[in-house]
Design a protein around this ligand. Structure first.
Ligand code: DLZ
Length: 196
C-alpha cells in the first residue's frame, strides 16, 4: 500500500547533465550540516557530478531568498559570457560539457535547480513567524520570477529535537529530509528541461 506521507513511489531521473546549487544558512549548524550532506548524497546518487554541485552559505535563513536570487543571476552571467552565440533555450538544454569552461575549470552553465536549506527553531518571540513567512514567500517568488526550480529546504520546527529528527539524528528513526530535497532537485532540474 502506498504511504500517505511523502512524494509517492520513487521516480528515477538522470541528473548527469545537471548543475545544482545548495545554499544554506549557518544557524543551527549541527542540523544544517547533516541536511546538506543528505542533499548532496542524493544529488550524487541521482547522477549529478561532484563538479556540478556548488555549495554556498548565508548567515541565517532570512538571507536565503536573496542568496538564491544572486547565485542564480551570477550563474546566468557566467553562462552568457562563456556561451556566446548560444540562445537562451539552447543554453538551458546544453549539458555542462557542451559549454566552455573558465581558466579554473568552473562550469559556465546556469544552475538547473537550487536547494535552499535553513533551520528555524521557534523561540520566545514572534521572530520565527516573521522569518518563516518572509523566507517561504521569498523563495517562491524567486523561483517563479527566475524560472529556476528552488527546492524548499526550510525546516520550521518548534524544538531542536524536531530538527534533529528531520536530519536523521533523532531517536525516532526519521529519515534525513535533505535526501528528499536532493531528489526533488534532480527531478525538477530534468523536468524543467522537458518543459522548456
Ligand atoms: C536572528 C535569528 C534567530 C533568532 N533564529 C534563527 C534561526 O533559528 N534560524 C536561522 O536560520 N536564522 C536565525 N536568525 C538569523 C536570521 O535568519 C538572519 O540571519 C538575521 O536576522 C540577519 O538578517
Amino acid at each position: 500500500m502506498s504511504p500517505i506521507k511523502g512524494p509517492g513511489e520513487a521516480q528515477s531521473h538522470d541528473g548527469s547533465g545537471l548543475r545544482v546549487a545548495i545554499i544554506h544558512a549557518r544557524w543551527n549548524a549541527k542540523i544544517i550540516d547533516e541536511l546538506v550532506a543528505g542533499a548532496k548524497r542524493s544529488l550524487l546518487a541521482g547522477g549529478v557530478s561532484e563538479d556540478n554541485i556548488t555549495i554556498e552559505t548565508v548567515p541565517g535563513s532570512y538571507e536565503l531568498p536573496y542568496g538564491v536570487q544572486r547565485l542564480y543571476a551570477a550563474s546566468q552571467v557566467q553562462a552568457s559570457s562563456s556561451g556566446e552565440g548560444i540562445s537562451a533555450t539552447d543554453l538551458l538544454s546544453a549539458s555542462t560539457s557542451d559549454l566552455s569552461k573558465s581558466a579554473t575549470g568552473t562550469p559556465k552553465k546556469p544552475f538547473d535547480a537550487i536547494i535552499a536549506i535553513g533551520v528555524l527553531i521557534k523561540g520566545a518571540t514572534m521572530h520565527f513567524e516573521y522569518i518563516a513567512d518572509a523566507v517561504s514567500h521569498g523563495l517562491m517568488r524567486v523561483q517563479l520570477d527566475s524560472g529556476v526550480p528552488v527546492i524548499f529546504g526550510l525546516l520550521t520546527v518548534l524544538t531542536e529535537e524536531q530538527g534533529l529528527e528531520r536530519a536523521g539524528l533523532g531517536s525516532n528513526g526519521m529519515h534525513n529530509h535533505g535526501e528528499d530535497w536532493g531528489s526533488a532537485a534532480v527531478e525538477l532540474g530534468v523536468k524543467r528541461r522537458e518543459w522548456s
